[in-house]
Design a protein around this ligand. Structure first.
Ligand code: PPS
Length: 309
């Protein structure tokens, strides 16, 4: 299946036709979750792959064997991609680890009565936009990104592939969206890997010892993952992902948006953010705390997320 130039539009959202079909999207929204399933949910470029690695390691108590021998799309397939059903069918052991970029409003019917454990991963949307922009340069299954200002407009308007970041985050993190949901941010994974792994392991009811947590931290570090072909997408043929134009494991930093955003773009982004996130009760810690007070984007009541440390 190549279909590099095909875009599938499903419920008004564009998806790359290379891995998505109308059938695969329809199957996803009707999926029957098992109570033992673990579902990683994210808007693209928010730390999905990192969480796939982290959860794989937590489930193996820090043993990297699976991470080094099985590609991430086989051990944690994307629910909406065409090969998912076959991969899950071939798996005999629980828990099934499944990934999705679908927004809540498309998946809520399938997930609402399930006891599956959902881990929602979010990231500073400015960093998401920059990472996604660079990814468009190398991923031949995504449309031409255009200039960065054009791309940023598309991001803010929600017209890029996978839809609106704002709808995605608001939908999945609203109160009682899902019974068992843990919200983890890219930033806390970066700033407090030990604490994050402990938190994820407790959520999955697989508490780990200190040494096991140390192993998880080591094997899901940026450096370790960048060198691991099971997760760095170098197994994907050049005509699909052009590695001469960039790396999937690109920088792995907090705040890289500052390299591309102008001051004016940043101000505009902040004002769109404030207006679109008015109804959200999330608090975000997006800057590395130094001597100053960390920058908190919004301070409203907390809902079912657990990202305050
Ligand atoms: S995708 O295509 O949606 O699955 O992409 P996703 O995995 O969500 O996001 C890719 C970005 O995550 C960074 N990444 C990491 N950063 C720090 N540490 C680790 N271990 C790590 N693993 C992945 C990856 O480099 C992409 O971010 P950018 O900013 O482009 O480097």
């Amino acid at each position: 299946m190549s279909r590099l130039d095909v875009t599938e539009t499903f419920h008004g959202i564009s998806f790359p036709g290379h891995l998505h079909t109308q059938d695969s999207l329809q199957l996803a929204v009707q999926f029957h979750f098992q109570d033992t399933d673990i579902l990683i949910v994210s808007y693209p470029k928010s730390g999905t792959t990192w969480m796939q690695e982290l959860v794989t390691l937590v489930c193996s108590r820090g043993d990297p064997h699976l991470c080094w021998t099985v590609p991430n799309w086989t051990r944690a397939p994307w629910l909406e991609q065409y090969y998912c059903a076959a991969v899950l069918e071939a798996q005999s052991t629980a828990p099934r680890l499944i990934t999705t970029h679908l927004p809540y409003h498309l998946l809520h019917t399938a997930i609402q009565d399930s006891k599956a454990k959902v881990i929602y991963v979010s990231r500073n949307p400015k960093d998401v936009a920059v990472s996604f922009y660079h990814f468009h340069q190398m991923a031949n299954f995504l449309p031409d990104a255009g200039s960065f200002p054009e791309f940023l407009d598309g991001f803010l308007e929600g017209t890029l592939n996978f839809g609106s970041w704002f709808d995605h985050v608001i939908g999945w993190t609203q109160t009682k969206a899902v019974e068992n949901l843990l919200h983890v941010t890219y930033e806390e994974m970066s700033l407090d890997p030990h604490g994050t792994i402990k938190k994820v392991s407790l959520f999955l009811q697989r508490p780990l010892g200190k040494e096991e947590i140390d192993h998880c931290v080591k094997h899901c570090s940026f450096k370790s993952m960048k060198d691991n072909k099971m997760i760095n997408y170098t197994l994907v043929p050049q005509e699909i992902m052009d590695h001469s134009k960039g790396s999937f494991m690109r920088k792995g930093e907090i705040g890289d948006w500052k390299t591309l955003f102008s001051e004016e773009q940043s101000r505009h982004f902040d004002s769109v953010f404030s207006s679109k996130m008015q109804q959200s009760s999330l608090e975000f810690l997006w800057e590395k705390p130094n001597d100053e007070e960390p920058r908190v984007e919004q301070q409203l009541p907390q809902n079912n997320t657990e990202q305050k440390k």
